[in-house]
Every structure is written in structure tokens, then in C-alpha cells.
Design a protein around this ligand. Sequence first.
Ligand SMILES: [Zn+2]
Length: 558
Amino acid sequence: MSPAEQEGVSRRRLFKTGAVVGAAAAVGAMTGAEPAFAEGPPAGGDLVLHGGEIHTMNAAHDVVSVVAIRDGRIAYAGDVLGRAIAVFRGRPRLIDLGGRTAIPGIIDNHNHIVLMGNRPGHHTPLENAYSIVDVQQTYAQRAAGVPPGEFISTIGGFHFNQFTEVRLPTLAELDAAVPNHPAYLTVGFTGPSVTNSLGKAFFEAAELPVTIGSDGSIASGMQTGRATLALRRTLTFEQRKRSALDAMAYAVSVGVTTHLDQGAFQATDTPSDGAAHEDNYAMHLPFLSVYAAGAGIIRLRINFLHMETDPTLPGLTQRLQNAFPFFGNEWVRTGGIGEFIAAGLGPTWLEAARRVARAGWRAEVHSLSQTDYRTEIEGYEAVNAEFPIGDLRWVVAHAPFITEEYVNRLKALGGGLSLFGGSRYLTGSGTNAGPPYRMIVDNGIHAGMSCDGMQVAPLNPFISAYYAVTGRNARGDLINAGQQISRHELLDLYTRSNGWFLGEPDEDQLGTLELGRLGDVVVLDRDYFTVPEDEIRHVRSVLTVVGGNIVHDSGSLG
Ligand SMILES: [Zn+2]
């Protein structure tokens, strides 16, 4: 959508629902049309959701039919509509859920939404496409709102394994879908990629020309690096802000209202940069600008990624000396160091861990190999002997191959496990599956769920949910047999249990629909708990509420 059209759509939605949507007005502010809400996020609306199957996800697993949100917080959760209305002085807005299932706003404890919100072109998630025709339809719909000549792009978050054809679309297929827009699709960190005729002309004329096949194909590695770089060099700050808004809008459409971002690899402005590279020192600014305009519609939590090779760790040292962990407000707050604290897992890494512990910060590292989690947890143990980390909530993320022995060792340190699923769904196999959800949930260590989007995995939490519940990848192969968990267990990992990963004060304010907590609610288009397993992937939000504000409305609640 062009800014003007986006504004128009948002205004219509605003008037149709009559709700307080700070984002809609603030999009106007950002385009210079209507400087409303410039002072910050809007106060929460007064709202009563009733007539639903509302899963509070509290410890008792209570399901209620009525929830009231006053001044952005849960003021009532129960079954008596009159009591919900009575908590307001005036008349709240009432929304009849018509028996639909509702859940707390989903928390993603490990993703890269800041990267997604800095994508060049009009980034268009393809994670919900199941065929080339789906890709063409998704692109055609997107192009309808984008001025001719501007790039429609998808940088990461999907894989051709999810398409029935098990391949990328061709130049001709993309031309047919978006004849008036250049297109660029790239898989994972570094391709392969594909473009259409208009895109081919752009990339071949770039300062570092890209070699492109007659079918539009671009090889993974350096050629994809050149293409992504050429497109990135066109990015303006205003486009990054638009991209940030797009990322937020997509997130709330799939129910993810709180995101713990895990940073980027530091960009080098060369073709070596992949999809996960950005400028760690500037990439948050478009998001902060969106929040300053009152247009932020997700809760963003920020970890700082450090990947230094210099054993004196100059960057990390400055961060720990001059920044604040857990500084911010309900909308944006800083977190700890992660998902990397230094390059490698050698002495420099151990020294980095030591300094993070000494400073009293949270740390998160990721584990993907058969053995790295051992080095990491043994390192945590060594550091803990000198500077106790028991209260700091140190995390090991992904951990597909972790054994129960090491789960217990991390548990003894007060640590937790951030589990993933989306990348295993896209590209996992029998020897490359995990994580052992069943063992970990039964163990009782602090565990939570993430998607780890947006490069090698989708953002949509219901795709990770499908994988965790069924053990099946995108090809339908059962790859994680014996480690499946129930739908309720999975949702608990994405809501209540994920509060722990946010830390204070968020853990007492997010993740469940209990009195006094922030009013983040997602109304689903179908019953996640009872739909056939294959349909779990297709669950969407029809109405997403953040702090009492309606931030996504499909219109199907009337
Ligand atoms: Zn990650």
C-alpha cells in the first residue's frame, strides 16, 4: 500500500470499529497529514469482549466468557457481562465474540522483527503460501497497494519446501503476477533467490551487477549478496519506517503482540551481508520513530547482539558500562545481551560471559549443533562460580539436541530454554529435528517458545505450533517423533511461560488474562484447540487488542 492508501484503509477500519486505534491516526501523523498522538502511544480503550471461549492461560487454566479492559488493563475476567460493564464509569465498547476462541496476546521470546522491519522493498511474508499460485496471489494482492515500479520483496521467512512444487517461482510466473513491479524473493540468509523482468533489469544495472538466469534465478551466496545489497542501498529512513509498520501489522495479524528481538549481524555494506545483517546501532531507530509518533502496535523488547572477535571486547564493554538493561516502558524496553555475546565459544566468549555476569545483565546464547550447548552451559557454570547468575535468567536458545543431563545443569543455574520450531518445520529432517519438547516440558525447567523468524523461519507462531504439536515438517514428514507436546502445553510456552523470558516487570503484566495485567487479547478465526491438526497452521487473528486498543480487525466480528 502507498502511505495514502494505507492511511485510507486504516481510517475506514477506525470508523468501522469505532475503536481507539492510535496507529491509524498516527500513520496520518507520519505522512504529515494529521499530527495526532505525536506525544506517544495512546491510552488504552475501554473495551468488553464477551460471548467467547476466552482462555486466560492462568495457572488454573481458567476459561471465561467475558473480559473487560479499562485504561489498557484487565479490569474483569469472568462470566457475568453486567459485572464487566459495572467496572466502567461510562459505557464501554462491547464486542460479541460469537463463541470464538480468544487467547492472551502471544509473546515471541526470540525473533528478529527489527530485521523484518528494515527490509528493502515492500516486504511481503510468504510463510503462509503453499504453492506457486499462492505466491502469485499474495504478490498480486500486495502489488495492488504499491505504486508501480516499486519492489515487491520477500527476504527470508519462507522456504520452497512449503510449496507443492518444491521450487521457487520463475521469472515468467512472477511477471504474470506482478507485471508492473520488480520482484525479489530470497531464501534464508543467503539465497537462492529469484526475480522477474523488471527486477532483472534493476539488478543487472547495479553498481555490482548480478548474474541472473533467463528464468530469473540468482545463485545463493555472492550473487544473492549483491542483489540484496543493491536493493538495501535504495533504502531511505521513511521506507524503513513504513517497513517497520508493515512488520508490526503482520505480527498482530498472526497474534504476536510482544516480541523479544535478538538483533542482527553487523552489516558491512558488502555482498557478504546476508538477510540477517543490519546496522545494530541504527536499525532500531525506525521503530523508535514509529513509537514516538504513537503508531507502535506491538510491544518490542530489545536484546543486544554482540559478536566481537577482539579479546578485549571493546563494544560489549561499552554497552555494559553505558546502557541500561530493562529500560523503557510498556511498549519498548531494552533487555539483555544476546543471542550472541561474542564470536565463537572460546576464551573470548568465556570472558564475555564473565563480564555480562559481573555487570548483572541477562545473557542469551544460541545452540544449534550436537555439542555447542555443552560448552555454553559449562561456561555458564564456570562464570557462576565467580559471579552468581542464579537471578539473572540466562538463556540457551533453540537447543535442538540438548540432553536431559544438560537441561538439569542449566536448571540448577536458574537458567531457561528458549525453544524454536519454525526453521525445523521449513528445512528440518530426521537427523536435523528437535528440540526435545516433551522431555523439556516434563523436566520443568523454565522454557518458552519462539519462532526465530525472519530469516530461516516464519514469524507466524501457528506454524511453529503445528510443528511442535505434530512433529511434522513442511513436507509432511514426521521428524520429531516422541517429542510432541499438546496444544495447551504449546500455547502455554507462547504465553504464560514466556513471561519469565521477558523478566521484570513484564512477567507480571503479560502472558495471561488476569486482573491488573495489560489488556493484550487475540480473538482467533477458528478454535485452535479443536481444529484438525493440519489446520493449526491456518489459525489467524480476527481481532487483536493491545492495551485495550484494537490493532488488527479482519472485520469478521461485524
Ligand atoms: Zn535468532
